[in-house]
Design a protein around this ligand. Structure first.
Ligand SMILES: Cc1ncc(COP(=O)(O)O)c(C=O)c1O
Length: 276
């Protein structure tokens, strides 16, 4: 069971789990067996569970979907549903993990533990491609030595980089930094009064800013930001994603947010001009 709007990657089975034509079109045959329910809808998960259900796989906060933050208590309730039906709860924390949301893992905000955890991105420290599937012993023991592997899997250099990345996140206090600076970023963004800005949501140093499509596309906002020296990435035409590096200095973050405010003022100006 997966959630609508999910993004778990571009391999055939990952796109099969997706509901987005953008990710699926042109690929196939797709892996069967996935059931997608609305992200955040607990009753729908319960209805979708059958005796054949192996697992529920979700992102605790959906990234590519536009930084969709589920209601408080959702993940804990999902844990209970999975426990009641003896279904595994697998969390994809490729984006939300390793400090991004102001906790080591987003599941910690709800005081639960998943049965399996997918990690990547920051695990490579921005240097090497490193990803990992981490799980309870019982789950990992499904694999026996040699029963699963790949040419470059278990790469010793990648493993060393991964461990070092974890050490740096710990030693440099990046999780706490994400929590404190993230709260500051959200507060500043929420204080902006701009007709172009419809919604701001996020957790830690990870924010989605919803741009009113009647004013401009998110791509245009990102390109204007780029011209001022700020890298961001749009998603779904309307959301500007801001995910500053966790090592960012407060002054640099404030500088970037000043540029974002400038862009919004420019967009508001263009709307007035177009309307006139
Ligand atoms: C939540 C999530 N899961 C999985 C992936 C895929 O990771 P990779 O590109 O390393 O396969 C991504 C990539 O953006 C992601 O955001």
């Amino acid at each position: 069971i997966v959630a609508t709007g999910n993004f778990h990657g571009r391999t055939t089975t990952a796109v099969s789990a997706s509901t987005e034509p953008d990710y699926r079109d042109g690929f196939g045959p797709l892996t069967p067996g996935f059931r997608a329910v609305a992200f955040g809808d607990l009753a729908a998960v319960e209805r979708a569970i059958t005796p054949q259900t192996a697992a529920v796989l979700v992102e605790p906060i959906q990234g590519e979907a536009g930084i969709i933050v589920p209601p408080a208590g959702w993940l804990a309730a999902l844990r209970s549903i999975c426990d009641a039906h003896r279904v595994l709860l697998i969390l994809d924390e490729v984006q939300s993990g390793l400090g991004r949301t102001g906790a080591w893992f987003a599941f910690q905000h709800e005081g639960i533990r998943p049965d399996g955890l997918i990690l990547g991105k920051a695990l490579g420290g921005g240097v090497l491609p490193v990803s990992a599937f981490v799980a309870r012993r019982e789950v990992m023991d499904v694999f026996t030595p040699g029963s699963h592997g790949s040419t470059f899997g278990g790469n010793p250099l990648a493993a060393a980089v991964g461990l070092e990345a974890l050490r740096v996140i710990h030693d440099e206090g990046l999780v706490e930094k994400s929590r404190v600076l993230g709260a500051h970023m959200l507060e500043r963004l929420r204080a902006i009064a701009s007709p172009a800005l419809k919604d701001v949501r996020g957790r830690g140093l990870w924010v989605g800013a919803e741009i009113d499509p009647a004013v401009a596309g998110a791509r245009e906002a990102c390109e204007r930001l780029l011209a001022k020296g700020v890298l961001s990435k749009e998603t779904h035409q309307t959301v500007v994603r801001l995910a500053p590096p966790l090592v960012i200095a407060r002054a640099d973050l404030d500088w970037a947010l000043d540029r974002f405010e400038e862009v919004l003022r420019e967009l508001d100006g263009t709307r007035r001009t177009r309307a006139a």
